[in-house]
Design a binder for this molecule. Structure first.
Ligand code: ATP
Length: 341
């Protein structure tokens, strides 16, 4: 059983389809990054998962349960929305004590001490939260979200509005929590660098549907296949070289990327054969290096693809999210690689 399951979820507001046939899963103990542009429907997905909003179609499960009707399961989940859920006129310790009472936490004093130390606020425990910086509030908000030792925690934009130092603190805290408390972390984020650093798996939501869903490692190495960048001594040879490379049985694809060729291999051990084939065809090689794409490049490519498809559909007189089951070629390929849910 997965910690989070979303199957064929669709949701509209006022006749406008926000989510269409969205499916993905999050394994236990994973740090999962849910990415998408503003207004893509990330928070909507989380609200449906938390049982705060009914799905239009499809079904969702957290820890195998429907949180809309299962209070016991809801108590095994933690949530941090952007406002941190803290009272400014109460001290840090009193805020946590209030929530500890609500959740019926065992040994509340011990747990509060433990968490204030973990988020590095023990020396500010008696200060009013209203006097805290944005970063301190966010750390205390995270402590509040995990006070009752949830098995899954949803963090909505935990780094927004924080300076780079505070972002790093929050990032380290998330990794520490997932390790120490063996928690599944569901992270809504626009910080692609942060996501690439700490998440094991990501889904990219754009144009109403999931454009990519895979491990960060697989996504950044071109669909899980090794990629090699080849710089030729004469950049003018690139089109011919690309044609030559494209015919090789161990090459899945070849694109011209800047001054170089980006070759995706179907066989991870085929780099020497690729070089031999190019040299054999009289191409002069300047440099060969293993390659990977940044999560940011992949994200922008998928979001732009969704926008292009959206405007094409509008041109055809349609509107809203992509047709059911319509995925970019890349997302379809990823789904095939990953198999059915
Ligand atoms: N209760 C609601 N009534 C009407 N429209 C809504 C409601 N909730 C969300 N929406 C709309 O659904 C769309 C998706 O919103 P959502 O908050 O899920 O996006 P998001 O991906 O979380 O965006 P952001 O990254 O900006 O937080 C937006 O167009 C928003 O206006």
């Amino acid at each position: 059983m997965n910690a989070v399951e979303v199957r064929h979820l669709s949701r509209s507001f006022d006749g406008r389809e926000i989510l269409r046939d969205v499916s993905f899963t999050v394994g236990h103990g994973e740090i999962f990054g849910y990415l998408g542009p503003n207004g893509a429907g990330k928070t909507t997905t989380v609200r449906v998962l938390l049982g705060l909003l009914a799905p239009g179609a499809g079904e969702v499960r957290v820890l195998g349960r429907d949180l809309a009707v299962d209070d016991d399961a809801r108590a095994r989940v933690g949530v941090l929305f952007e406002n941190n859920g803290l009272a400014d006129r109460m001290s840090a310790a009193d805020n946590l004590a209030y929530y500890a009472g609500l959740y019926g936490v065992d040994d509340p004093a011990g747990r509060i001490d433990e968490l204030l130390t973990l988020v590095d606020l023990a020396d500010r425990r008696d200060d009013l939260v209203g006097t805290f910086s944005t970063g301190m509030k966010r750390k205390l908000g995270i402590a509040r979200a995990i006070l009752h030792r949830p098995e899954v925690v949803f963090l909505d934009e935990p780094s927004s509005g924080l300076d780079p130092g505070a972002q790093r603190m929050v990032r380290d805290l998330i990794v520490e929590l997932s390790r120490r408390e063996e928690m599944t972390v569901f992270l809504n984020s626009h910080h692609l660098d942060e996501v690439q650093r700490i998440c094991s798996t990501v889904a990219i939501l754009a144009g109403g549907s999931i454009r990519a869903f895979d491990s960060v490692a697989n996504l950044t190495t071109a669909s899980g296949r090794p990629a090699v960048t080849v710089v030729l001594a004469d950049p003018g040879d690139r089109p011919r070289a690309c044609e030559t490379v494209g015919r090789l049985p161990f090459v899945a694809g070849c694109d011209m990327s800047g001054d170089a060729l980006l070759c995706t291999l179907s066989d991870p051990g085929a780099t020497p054969d690729l070089i031999a084939a190019l040299v054999g065809a009289n191409f002069r090689i300047e440099e060969v290096r293993r390659s990977s794409r940044s999560l940011e490049e992949i994200y922008l490519c998928e979001v732009e693809g969704a926008e292009r498809e959206g405007s094409l559909r509008k041109g055809e007189g349609e509107s809203g999210a992509p047709a059911s089951g319509s995925l970019s070629p890349r997302a379809a390929r990823l789904n095939r690689l990953r198999g059915p849910l």
